[in-house]
Design a protein around this ligand. Structure first.
Ligand code: CDM
Ligand code: ATP
Length: 290
């Protein structure tokens, strides 16, 4: 019997997210510095003759039907493109919040593609793998090789991996589901409309301190429309911003997860304690981002 393969599916954090316009097909063009957390789902693949999926874990019930899971969607896209693809039984341990702006489903799908690549001796740069990622969702390509990098276009244009100094972060999700299409719609851009405007600030990756200063000059353009849909996101941002040592509080992706950045792990851990004490039902995690 073949050995099972396993990988982690880390949360994706949009440290910045600038919307540049809306394409005639309705998708929005973006410029985003993406990083990855050390909180993650776990994906396992037991090689076998049939493709299947079993989802367990604290947030499994929120992830929808297994048949609609992005893990299977990605695997189907790849098997349609690679003749004789070896497959098997996927096991997903789901613990990341769902519909939360941290790309949980996208990262699971990308993890599944990595495992299929490993099983079939395909390099991560294989065109069919990249195509399967792109067809599965806008955030899947950046999650294929989960290291900090710039993401452009609608998510398919990726910059080189960036050696950023790990950032000490706190992730907060007020446990409301936010659907990505609704947030983009609430921006109110017309198909074909361009916002022009300043490109992303140049990222000098000298130190965590200078990166923080650069991040402060950027923004997440999806924050205002997401807050209009779910005002509790504003409360989460305020709570983070008020914790001692918080250098920056911002929303990730289309929300509702927000992140705070801190100078060190001690102040980050202290912030987790303070927020968890006042909001015991919220998801609050200390993590490093890289
Ligand atoms: C907001 C981000 O999380 C930032 O990283 C992503 O752009 C969203 O990526 P995603 O959730 O993988 O998005 P998809 O599942 O491909 O698309 C969901 C919906 O979001 C909108 N969408 C998504 C990506 C994009 N660049 N422009 C869009 O307008 C579209 O209405 C699309 O129908
Ligand atoms: N493996 C999965 N994990 C979570 N959700 C999934 C998965 N597969 C499919 N879904 C569906 O995808 C939708 C979006 O979930 P996901 O957690 O990926 O959103 P997100 O964090 O907002 O993603 P993004 O930041 O890429 O917009 C959910 O409503 C869920 O029904």
């Amino acid at each position: 019997m073949s050995r099972s393969l396993a990988t982690r599916a880390p949360a994706k954090i949009n440290l910045t997210l600038h919307v540049l316009g809306r394409r005639p097909d309705g998708y929005h063009t973006l410029e985003s510095l993406v990083a990855f957390a050390d909180v993650a789902d776990d994906v396992q693949l037991v090689p076998g003759s049939r493709l299947s999926l079993q989802v367990r874990g604290p947030t499994a019930a929120l992830a929808g039907n297994d048949a609609d899971n992005l893990v299977l969607k990605a695997a189907h896209h790849l098997s349609e493109r690679v003749e004789g693809l070896r497959v098997g039984a996927f096991h997903l341990a789901k613990r990341l919040p769902v519909a939360a702006g941290i790309g949980g489903g996208s990262s699971d799908a990308a993890a599944a593609l990595r495992l299929l690549a490993q099983l079939n001796d395909l390099p991560l740069s294989h065109p069919s793998l990249r195509e399967a990622a792109r067809l599965t969702g806008a955030d899947v390509p950046v999650c294929l090789d989960p290291r900090a990098r710039m993401m452009r276009g609608i998510g398919e244009e990726l910059g080189p991996a960036l050696q950023i100094s790990p950032l000490f972060a706190v992730l907060v999700n007020p446990r409301v589901l936010v659907e990505t299409p609704a947030v983009f719609r609430a921006l109110g851009l017309q198909p074909g409309q361009s916002l022009g405007g300043a490109a992303h600030p140049v990222l000098e990756m000298a130190s965590a301190h200078s990166l923080l200063e650069i991040l402060k000059t950027a923004r997440n353009d999806l924050e205002p429309p997401a807050l209009a849909i779910q005002p509790v996101i504003g409360a989460a941002l305020e709570l983070l911003a008020r914790t001692e040592g918080c250098r920056l509080a911002r929303m990730s992706g289309s929300g509702a997860t927000v992140f705070g950045l801190y100078e060190d792990s001690r102040t980050a851990a202290e912030a987790v304690r303070a927020i968890a004490a006042s909001k015991p039902d919220w998801w609050v995690e200390a993590t490093s981002l890289r």
